[in-house]
Design a protein around this ligand. Sequence first.
Ligand code: XUL
Ligand code: CO
Length: 434
Amino acid sequence: MTNFFEGIPKIAYEGANSTNPLAFRHYNPDEMVMGKRMEDHLRFSVAYWHSFAWEGGDPFGGQTFERPWYPQDNMANAKLKADVAFELFDILNAPFFCFHDADVRPETGNFADNASTLDEMTDYFAEKMEATGTRLLWGTANMFSHRRWMSGASTNPDPDVFAFAAATVKSCLDATHKLGGQNYVLWGGREGYETLLNTDLSTELDHMGRFLNMVVDYKHKIGFEGTILVEPKPQEPSKHQYDYDVATCFGFLKNYGLENEVKINIEQGHAILAGHSFEHEIATAAALGVFGSIDMNRNDYQSGWDTDQFPNNTPEVALAYYHILKAGGYTTGGTNFDAKLRRQSLDPVDLVAAHVGGMDTCARGLKAAAAMIEDGGLEAALGERYAGWQNASAKAMLNSDLGSIAQRVLDKGINPTPKSGRQEILENYVNRFV
Ligand code: XUL
Ligand code: CO
């Protein structure tokens, strides 16, 4: 045991009337929601990078946090960081965690040393996972922070960087497989460009497509049964990112023959940056058969940055879970808190409280979503709005052609009467549940 969280108890469920800031008011892991335990619906995961590796810097200033595992350039501190991380998982009773290679081991600047320190750290994790029952939701490679990645990883004009990226993903997939990870994520922060003046866009897309095919081949070769996920984001750090949003990713997957192999990890803040709502991205992925997992957070609506705040808006979260439940819930996916403290939130208690609030907001959203599904009001309204399509002659149009349909309009004198979309009535309905 370290003394990092000294004085902070394990977080318990105390019910909605509790005023204890370090208690769950809604997250009650064993509570049944639509016939399934809440913990199994939500599948919470703590993100190693924001909570343990990020030092509180922003574009105008560096480290604000002081942690006993800084500087993060040696293995002793990497192990201390792991000890504290597993203590947080335990305090929160979080079933899963996620990590990048660069979060957990020091950066040595060369592949062989990075691979061997990653191996040593994941052995260290394996012992802790065995002892505590914490599981790995996903692993991933950080191919955006080190300067070698500044012009991309698989899309880099330099084939040596492509090679370094392939070797890095191989080592991270091996690590994820070793730890029984349920998914493997690829987020392409630098897979994009700053200016077309120096970028061969079509070659870069082909390289990225080939790279992802190699990842899928390797997954099958080693018998990794988890899901390969890509994570859309429109920009930041690159001006243009190739995996802009769910629809763009789906087009990419189709183009490179990967739509049955790869699913999508959808992040709230990235959806907002792309000009979408979170539920739009979830519903689009579900409609296209590629919904995988979510990175739960919240973006500031004014700043235009990826602020990665902890979620605290129940109505927004409720609509997200409504679409997740409608899609059948998670299979290998889960709710990963890709969320970070504000840089003034210096204390260990801030880290705990941030997760407690995030988990509670999600639990409350899940319960509201389930109540809406059980009530059936939104589904009934949809049924009514699309009722005309139950008609046999309406359905027959879909197997017809423009000429025959035009003839039918003339023969029957079809002249549609506009009907109310009932938006305000439906918004009022949702407010009854949140
Ligand atoms: C960056 C982001 C990443 C991915 C994993 O915006 O979301 O942390 O989730 O690389
Ligand atoms: Co993310």
